[in-house]
Design a protein around this ligand. Sequence first.
Ligand code: GH3
Ligand code: MG
Ligand code: MG
Length: 341
Amino acid sequence: MEKRKMPLAEIDLRHEQADELAIMVLLVDDQVIVGEAIRRMLAGEPNVNFHYCANADQAVRAAEKTRPTVILQDLVMPSTDGLTLVRQYRAHPALKNVPIIVLSTKEEPEVKRAAFMAGANDYLVKLPDRIELIARVRYHSRSYLNLVQRDEAYRALRQSQQQLLETNFELQRLTNLDGLTGLSNRRYFDEYVGAEWRRAGREQTELGLLMIDVDNFKSYNDTYGHVAGDEVLMRVAATIDQISSRAGDLAARFGGEEFVLVLPVTSADGVRTIGEKIRTQIEDLAVPHIGSPTGPVLTVSIGGAALLPLPGEPATKLIVAADRALYKAKNRGRNRVLVGD
Ligand code: GH3
Ligand code: MG
Ligand code: MG
């Protein structure tokens, strides 16, 4: 089987990166003389810090505080068995991956086996040779720091993935909205009315639709300006939105100064009632429109329809019916609601 080789440059780089981070050695040993000997061995080593803890009862707390990259752990201590401490480090959420080198006076296979079983990563007989100790301390610290870096990179990746997901969700929401009024846009209305039409067909319920068009809006723009015209569109949209109160209702900007309101499970009577409510509320806004034949305030004309879809019929049938009713409402003098079929 072919082995994949890592380029040398890459290996060097990884080691360099890990070495740049400071090594922290925590020695837990009740013999002060051992503590001094190890301190001397590590003294002057670049990037190597050292903390000595003589009391077994304070070992875990010392590890929490100093955040070692490697722990040198004595086996035989007065108050606690060294292996018990090894198990405690392993069970600790912040310390569970910290490499542990067990220090023992005994060169016995059974003792070594017990140490590894408890969770130790390495074993040294006291007092170790300086060069060997430093080599092992560096090796274990490096692998630990690499692990930490990998975990952090993974966490950062997960975080940016989450952000991307949220951004996509927001983008999706915005692509469905009309920029001026904040209502759903034409694209989303087409999707929605199609889906509701199919559902009404399946469940054999009536689907209602209102088409609302501002009267003499061209002359409003001409009289008051486009900015004022935009403000009127926002107010009309807000009024329609506020009246479409049921969960399945959908208000959308159909285009220009025309709005639609989808009303699932609503009869022609219901459609007429809601249409009339919208018409009066917009009249009650009392937006001055002096040049309008239906003035002196701004008004809307509304066409409505409520249909029970038959198999094979497209949703456009409902839109055409509401549009035709709107055309009639305009022809009959505007500022009125007409519901056809
Ligand atoms: P009718 O009573 O027959 O509906 O007459 P109308 O003038 O309202 O209808 P028409 O279709 O002739 O004109 C619609 C006007 O709506 C023309 C256009 O300038 C204006 N309009 C469309 N979209 C916008 C918009 O986003 N902002 C503004 N301010 N005006 C818009
Ligand atoms: Mg109009
Ligand atoms: Mg129009």
